[in-house]
Design a protein around this ligand. Sequence first.
Ligand code: GLY
Length: 409
Amino acid sequence: MKIKLAIIILAFFSIGWEAKSQDIVKKNFELAEIQYQAMLKKAMDITCFPRTVKQDKLWCVPAEDWTSGFWPGILWYMYEYTKNNRWKDEAMKWTHSLKDIQFFVGHHDVGFMMYCSYGNGFRLTANPKYIPILVQSAKSLCKRYSYNVGCIQSWNARKSIGRKNTWEYPVIIDNMMNLELLFWATQATNDSVYWDIAVSHAEKTMKNQIRSDFSSYHVVNYAPDTGEILHRQTAQGYADSSTWARGQAWGIYSFTMVYRYTKDERFLQTAINMTDFFLNHKNLPNDCIPYWDFNAGEKGFNPDFEYVSSDYKVIPRDVSAACIVASALFELCGYVSDINKKQTYYDMGIRILNNLSNNYYRAKEKENHGFLLKHSVGNLPGNNEVDVPLIYADYYFLEALIRYSKFRK
Ligand code: GLY
């Protein structure tokens, strides 16, 4: 009798707790409606895409910027959740404004730009006009692939931070995110060329960019003709040997995504190991919103830029990394077989969403220039976008909320 009563009480509390958690989805989307309506009023030029806040103004960037797809992507998520055609109309309009990017070969981020915009648009509307545009985007991305190296070149040749080295063929961990466009393109066309390139890139990255403790290097520079590894460094992290929080987040998310397509256990295990590094790190704050780099200011890590520790008495957090990880956790927990791990990942995803929904991280109505979240870091070594709203933090936050709400159905 006593046991029965305990079970009923436990079930009652857990239903209550789930209902409260689901509430964060509803409440966040209610606020998102207010925020993005305000942003739409500020962002009148559809060739200029919201990215962040600079000098207390909404900062927008041209279509060629790596972040241009996130704003149309946010509008698609708003449509997905609300089913309101007003959001769909805006999403279509902003997505179409990226049409020429299908031919863009200036850097590797055509995957982010086109898959977050056209990719979400196709997923939600099955608009056949989007197919050739996405396929052409995949072709453009493949132009940056080299069979000698086995990877897609992220950036054009450039100097490393501090000008220590020249990177002729830099590949960054972020690049893994662009592979989803390639997997999709093979499924859409039956041409395996995109798939094979994606798998090669993922295998090389798994081998060369992930350390034995499952942290990640931000940049690996290869010799273009032989594929030999020349440098392992960072551009946006604290030091070459440190772990840049968003880089680790890109790895967690992207290896999970690569497993979704390939069902290759090696990629799943990499995603799990990278996740465990992140969640179990001694420097992860209690609220699970990471510092911008896990080793920022730590002894034994030597930055190639001038880091004045007194400028950072409080080390900035990177909300964008937390959002990417939260979204990834809701996918990854669906793949792991260990029941305890599954529960841990699910709980951590909810914990991050709950913590981001408090007044410190989340904007109040009509504040924050229409962004939902505050406190991200874009590029601290470049002294750019430190402790600001970032469009991709909002994008992955909405994605995580939607994934969470679907998980329960
Ligand atoms: N892909 C660039 C970044 O994460 O900042």
